[in-house]
Write a protein that binds this ligand. Structure first.
Ligand code: PRT
Ligand code: ZN
Length: 286
């Protein structure tokens, strides 16, 4: 067996571009596969297998691939034994039950005796069991959203992101079965060497993800406001403060979480900060 780490990723689809972008940001370049099923990465002991997303949990569970990148919805539906290591922040969506817009719906009990079409029979049955619902599941593999319109089912259970597919098919979302995003999964039985490679890969992924969730901020602050401003700013340890050539002023640098961004900016402005610059961070190693 080779000591390269074998990573299974989606060959072509909604996960592909974000997956190769993430690997590239981790310094791992993989050449386009064309029709090939596998490729070697440059600058890292990694071999990539290009698969349909539905096959990824099985390949990883069987140890044919060591690790994989796939949506949580697919892992949970397949019920394979894999370890879920890190949420990757892309391909965010939800698995939802939707009914015709005109259906008067108040609770899960209204689903009793309905026929629901889905490509996720396992997760849907689980939801029915948890909620004491007796309904019939029609498993279909694609174009689920047209099932009620052609009289195949009363409703559907499908992946939703913006919701526009449901609207254009006259459907409304009534229950969320699962929230999902792309995750890194691993086989439970990895050799020590592969575990070390995996640790290096995860360290890079986490540095890239932390960087995406933060911004670097620089501003000029009158020295009289420094205490207030440094209280607002967390920084990695504490903000950096450097004197400006103009007397009585300092330049303050810090790192702020993206989610707190606008609130922090507003408070800084009120505290007297001027000339704020906010720049993206490429990698963040703590
Ligand atoms: O060929 P292969 O089997 O590999 O790919 P696939 O066709 O099965 O999957 P693909 O590439 O469509 O999606 C891969 C993964 O992306 C899914 O398993 C989800 O984890 C995630 N994802 C994120 C989505 C969506 N968003 C999404 N919007 N998967 C599918 N959709 C579809 C959905 O099925 C519906 O038809 O988009 C439509 C709804 O989108 P909105 O924006 O109109 O709500
Ligand atoms: Zn698929």
């Amino acid at each position: 067996m080779s000591n390269r780490l074998r990573l299974a990723i989606q060959k072509g689809g909604r996960l592909s571009e974000s997956t190769t972008d993430l690997l590239a940001a981790c310094g791992i370049k993989i050449s386009k596969p064309d029709r090939k099923l596998r490729a070697l990465a440059e600058h890292f002991d990694l071999e990539v297998l290009f698969l349909r997303d539905d096959d990824i949990p099985g390949y990883v569970a069987d140890g044919v691939a060591d690790v994989g990148i796939v949506g949580e919805n697919v892992i949970l539906e397949k019920g394979k034994t894999v370890e879920t290591l890190d949420q990757l922040g892309f391909a965010k969506c939800r698995l939802a039950i939707a009914l015709p817009r005109t259906f008067s719906y108040s609770s899960a009990q209204d689903l009793n005796d309905l026929h629901i079409a889905t490509s996720y029979p396992g997760l849907l049955q689980h939801f029915f069991d948890d909620n004491g619902v007796q309904a019939t599941i029609h498993e279909i593999s694609g174009s689920v959203e047209i099932a009620p319109g052609i009289g195949l089912a009363d409703g559907i259970c499908d992946i939703v992101s913006s919701g526009s597919t449901l609207i254009s098919n006259g459907l409304k979302e009534v229950e969320t079965v699962l929230k999902s995003q792309a995750v890194l999964i691993a086989s439970p039985q990895l050799s020590e060497e592969k575990k070390q490679l995996l640790d290096r890969l995860r360290f890079r992924i986490q540095s890239v993800m932390k960087a995406k969730q933060h911004r670097y901020i620089l501003m000029n602050v009158p020295n009289t406001s420094l205490d207030v401003v440094t209280d607002i700013l967390p920084g990695m340890k504490a903000p950096t403060v450097m004197p400006l050539v103009k007397e009585g002023w300092s330049s303050v640098h810090s790192v702020i979480p993206e989610h707190a961004f606008w609130n922090v900016i507003e408070s800084l402005k009120e505290a007297g900060a001027e000339g704020m610059l906010v720049v993206p961070i490429e990698k963040m190693v703590l």
